[in-house]
Write a protein that binds this ligand. Structure first.
Ligand code: MG
Length: 410
């Protein structure tokens, strides 16, 4: 089998999924500048993260309760008629797919995923991390989809699973209000739905002073009181803090007993993460902005993390996440893959020991839009996501939801 083409296309149509309450964004590094901190508190509109600077805007919504949505996909085509699909992907991913990887892949064996991955990360001097690696990751996910379809099996079976019929999901609450009373109400509601764990996002950081810190603590305390003492509760700062702020926050957070404190500082600040962990107040998590097993190894050797969260859509694909899972398990550090992309993480989790990967992340506000154009929507039931039955990753585009399909070219 040979790759004949690698194409990127966008699909657009109305989003008619659940209408989420307006929510708050998380703390961000730029917030130390008042100009950026003063930006709206709200998250961007539905689907904005997939908007492309190459493709035309989606058509206006036909009805008031509909919102236009557009999503981009990578498709790897072969001379045997089997293709691999992965998406939605972001614009920087498909830019590098088209600009750097497409010409290399044409004519090569798509089933040799290890070979192609190794060659893709060696072929560019910047190929070891960052946005280029997210493009390699997207190609790798599409190649695994193709391999599953070629062999008529879900990806987790090719990886040695299933290790369980369903993987527990924690509810990731980005996009909900962080006003304490409202956050507490929503937290209790999700607990009642059967979720055994939730993660909440802090809105405030060093740019917001003592008042912001007090608001962060008020939200965390209210959520803890709403779900009770014996409930798994995580918090995320999206790299928006610095060492001194984070040290004070984890000192005050200790009474709330977080299961983990995620990305208190950016992940390359390994020494700072280790210092926070050594305070012994709160377990420390990071990884969604960590690329490859080598960056991961530095965090593990430094004793800087209690949980890893590499995302298969960014860290190096399914090929790399499988290696990271093995590496992390040798350090007895659980891997809970970031939930930007549910399906690749779900397949890897379904092929690893529950001790190595105890959960997947389910972004409640994000997933309905990400799966808007898919025939089968994967969502937790009683707090766990069932492994897919379909060959490959399990994405089948639903043509009835697609108004327009547009090729993306550079
Ligand atoms: Mg996060």
């Amino acid at each position: 089998m040979k790759i004949t083409d690698v194409q990127v296309f966008t699909v657009s149509g109305p989003y008619t999924g659940p209408d989420f309450p307006p929510g708050d964004r998380q703390a961000q590094q730029l917030d130390i500048y008042p100009e950026f901190n003063a930006r709206g508190n709200r998250l961007k509109g539905v689907g904005a993260q997939y908007a492309s600077f190459f493709a035309p805007a989606a058509a206006p919504a036909a009805q008031a309760n509909e919102q236009p949505l557009r999503a981009a996909y990578v498709e790897i085509q072969t001379d045997e008629g089997i293709s691999g699909l992965w998406g939605p992907v972001q614009d920087f991913q498909y830019f590098f797919v088209l600009a750097r990887l497409r010409a290399f892949l044409i004519g090569r064996d798509p089933l040799a995923t290890e070979l192609l991955y190794d060659q893709m990360i060696r072929m560019d001097r910047h190929g070891r991390s960052g946005m280029y690696m997210t493009a390699v990751s997207a190609v790798d996910c599409a190649l695994w989809d193709l391999k599953g379809k070629a062999w008529g099996q879900p990806v987790y079976r090719l990886l040695g699973g299933p290790t369980r019929p369903a993987v527990p999901a924690y509810a990731s609450m980005l996009g909900y209000s962080v006003e304490p009373e409202e956050a507490a109400r929503v937290a209790a509601e999700y607990k009642a739905q059967g979720f055994g764990a939730q993660k909440w996002f802090f809105r405030y950081g060093p740019g917001d002073g003592e008042a912001g810190m007090a608001q962060n603590l008020a939200m965390a305390t209210a959520v803890r009181e709403a779900v009770g003492d014996a409930y798994t509760l995580m918090f995320d700062a999206f790299m928006g803090w610095n060492l001194s702020y984070a040290a004070e926050m984890v000192r005050r957070l200790e009474a709330v007993r977080p299961f983990w404190m995620e990305e208190p500082v950016p992940p390359e600040r390994v020494t700072e993460l280790r210092k926070l962990r050594e305070l012994g107040r709160v377990p420390i998590a990071t990884g969604e902005h960590v690329y490859t097993r080598w960056q991961t190894k530095e965090l593990l050797l430094a004793g800087a993390v209690d949980f890893l969260q590499n995302d298969p859509d960014w860290t190096g694909g399914i090929t790399e996440l499988t290696k990271i899972a093995a590496l992390a398990s040798a350090f007895e550090v659980p891997l809970v893959a970031h939930g930007h992309s549910l399906l690749p993480a779900l397949h890897v989790a379904g092929a690893q020991s529950p001790a190595a990967i105890p959960y997947v992340e389910y972004l409640y506000r994000g997933q309905p839009t990400k799966q808007n154009f898919h025939q089968v929507v994967y969502a937790p039931e009683q707090g766990a996501v069932r492994l897919p039955d379909l060959p490959g990753l399990g994405i089948v585009l639903d043509e009835s939801k697609i108004e327009r399909r547009t090729p993306v070219t550079l």
